[in-house]
Design a protein around this ligand. Structure first.
Ligand code: HSE
Length: 317
């Protein structure tokens, strides 16, 4: 007699904006307006079966070891539930190669659903650590600054990887974010390949000082200081040429009064910060105009700092 099917558990994980200027590979925030959904259910067959992938126009790998959603579940089972079996469905809401933490969102949604399906009750550090494995598979680098905010929500600093430490920072209430994804793609691996292998000491000192200022600005809720802090002279200059129109867009947004404007993660998504919804909406139009003028019209929206990955439903189907 075959066992009754187990319920599908669905989780949502948000898009993330990582780096935030001087926080390369150690700082990121979750946003509200976009993300990925993953459904997971227990199976009596050991291992992980990737049953369905939608929303990716057939571009993502479907082998369980190569797709971040299923790959992190293989690792989850290996570390925490040897011999267990899971079935997975991935519904991509985020564009690939966008700089919005797309691979990380898939991994985080899968882990939160998988953790619930197996009844493990893992904590944030364990989930983030597993999700970093997905980043390694997606782009060859296990950076934590997308997956940490995608799991924890809000603004997260990752000051240490071994042992992994996650520090939640306060997000100013009046912070609004214009998010624009131009109509081009940047592979994270390519965006990392152009980075300098060594940087000058004076630049490093300024970078460290800005990261300190950024943390202070968040704690005191001072958006002007936050704007001063979101300057990146190490990574952004090496990547700007990968995004057609980026420098135009940035200059226009800053001239129009943006608190800050920078590349989201590895790009091409560009974000601009404002102190009100109206200002953010005006900045969004400016970003749209600049990228359209440069032949890479895309999609944008106004967003806010949001929550981390969550279970959205449990159902039989
Ligand atoms: N911190 C990483 C980078 C994020 O900028 O390469 C990539 O999503």
């Amino acid at each position: 007699m075959s066992a009754a099917p187990r319920p599908w558990i669905e989780a949502f994980a948000p898009a993330t904006i990582s780096n935030l200027g001087p926080g390369f590979d150690c700082l990121g925030l979750a946003i509200q307006g976009a993300g990925d959904r993953v459904r997971v259910r227990r199976s009596s067959t050991p291992g992980v079966r990737l049953c369905r992938v939608t929303g990716d126009q057939g571009r993502l790998p479907t082998e369980p070891e190569a797709n971040t959603a299923s790959a992190v579940l293989i690792e989850l089972i290996k570390r925490h539930a040897p011999g267990a079996g899971l079935e997975v469905e991935l519904d991509k809401g985020l564009p690939l190669g966008s700089g919005l933490g797309s691979s990380g969102a898939s991994a985080c949604a899968a882990l939160v659903a998988g953790d619930a399906a197996l009844g493990l009750g893992l904590g944030h550090p364990q989930l983030v650590d597993l999700a970093r494995d997905g980043e390694r598979i997606a782009c060859g680098s296990a950076h934590p600054d997308n997956v940490a905010p995608a799991i924890v929500g809000g603004v997260v600093l990752i000051p240490n990887l071994d042992p992994l430490r996650l520090i939640s920072l306060p997000a100013p209430r009046d912070l609004w974010i214009a998010v624009y994804t131009p109509g081009c793609e940047v592979k994270t691996a390519d965006a990392r390949a152009v980075l300098p292998k060594q940087v000058r000491l004076d630049q490093t000192v300024r970078h460290a000082a800005r990261l300190g200022l950024l943390v202070h600005a968040l704690h005191v809720g001072d958006l002007a200081l936050l704007g001063e802090a979101i300057v990146d002279e190490l990574v952004e200059p090496a990547r700007a040429h990968l995004i057609p129109g980026y420098l135009d867009a940035k200059v226009s947004a800053i001239e129009a009064g943006a608190i800050a404007c920078s590349i989201s993660g590895a790009g091409p998504t560009t974000f601009a910060l404002a102190a009100s919804e109206e200002r953010a909406t005006a900045l969004l139009e400016i970003l749209e105009e600049a990228f359209t003028h440069n032949g890479v019209a895309g999609k944008g929206w106004v967003d806010r700092v949001g929550a981390g990955a969550q279970i959205t439903s449990k159902q039989l189907h």
